[in-house]
Design a protein around this ligand. Sequence first.
Ligand code: FE2
Ligand code: FE2
Length: 452
Amino acid sequence: MADANVYDDFVRRLAATIRGATLYSADHPLVQRGVDALAVLSNTIAQKTDAIVIGFIGDEVVVNGARLPKSAAALVGFARDVREREIEKITIQRGVTCDELRTFIFELPDRRATAPLAVRLQQKGVRRVTIGRLNVENEEECSTGIAAAKQVYSTAVQTAEQLWDAAKAGDKPDPNAARKIIDSLAKLVSQDRTSLLALTALKKYDNYTFTHMVNVSVLAMAQARSLNLEGALLREFGFAALMHDIGKVHTPQDVLNKPDKLSKDEFAQMKRHVIDGAHILRRTPEMPALAPVVAFEHHLRQDLSGYPEDIGSRSLNLCTQIVSIADVYDALRSNRIYRQGLPSDRIKSIMTQKDSPAFNTRLLRRFINLIGLFPVGTLVRMNTEQIGVVTHEHPADPFRPQVKVVTDRDGAAIDAPLLVNTWEPDGRGDFAWAVVEAVDPDAVGIDPLTYL
Ligand SMILES: [Fe+2]
Ligand SMILES: [Fe+2]
């Protein structure tokens, strides 16, 4: 109980000092006193426990596993404020300095800042105050971020392969396996979209069929999320997207992989996958009703041109419209046996061709905002001829991302990669750093994921 009181006192002081920081400057005595007291208190607490982990769950505040008494409106307001910034957890490590605490206290409430708080803290050298998400099943730090996303993604690709094999053998794809994988992808889309989207940007072609299924599912759910869909409906969209091409199990392999233009006969065979897919999905029990609809509709355009032909009048399902954007985008971006994936700026100009009836314009615009011009994980060439990895997008200016520069001018790896905000002008108002173009990881032999 004594602990809970100490924690309660600590969180109240923290909340009060942050409030003070919105009213006074950093050298105001009130703020200084607050910071000093917090530093002493943090280190006293952390002496015993190594770190103070403050979690925010609903209106409740939990410190090192102890729930604080729910009383003061000030704490409830603080918790709400923090959660509004999508922070679920603040960790303060033993040895935290006054400087680190002061920086955190001023950065947290700064609403004008463009970069996310975690990035700003890192840039300002704050090491011992970190923010993050709570992970209820697994408290480990490593359960978030690119490593965790990688694991979910590769499990998803394996599951996609199993679903495919089952459908090909004439069995019914196991909806439970699919559901499980959709659950974890949907969770990641909500919690760590950046990592997941970075993974979909890998241009592998050895298992295109399965990565395509997963990528379309992820890209569709990311769009659905941006339309504020969540829960069961979000997962249903992801499910339908995952299965959109399942009818291709009946398409001859040589037609599927043909590099040249298909003959009339071959194209007719290819077109059948939308009907076959709808059949397979309709007869699979527990498949969401949306799945056969999307499989049937996904090659139809807004004006109902495309295929299947002669279907009479209908309005395309929202999920179909989302999936067809994700589908074309992923197909253009992926490396295939017969051609290199296109860079995202080229894809965007292809997809946004004026007066094209292919896509719903409003959804497409939204999608392009979502993906960005240089999505996180893109390898880019800078104006200095150096190569970098996009680590963060500028919310308002897609041309000016944050980049981790990883080579020198001659393309040799540098020991300490340099993090640059290309949106920041130098002292004379010029932009010292600029992204010139996206480059293919294989062409320069750099795996961008190792830098994320
Ligand atoms: Fe298709
Ligand atoms: Fe597809």
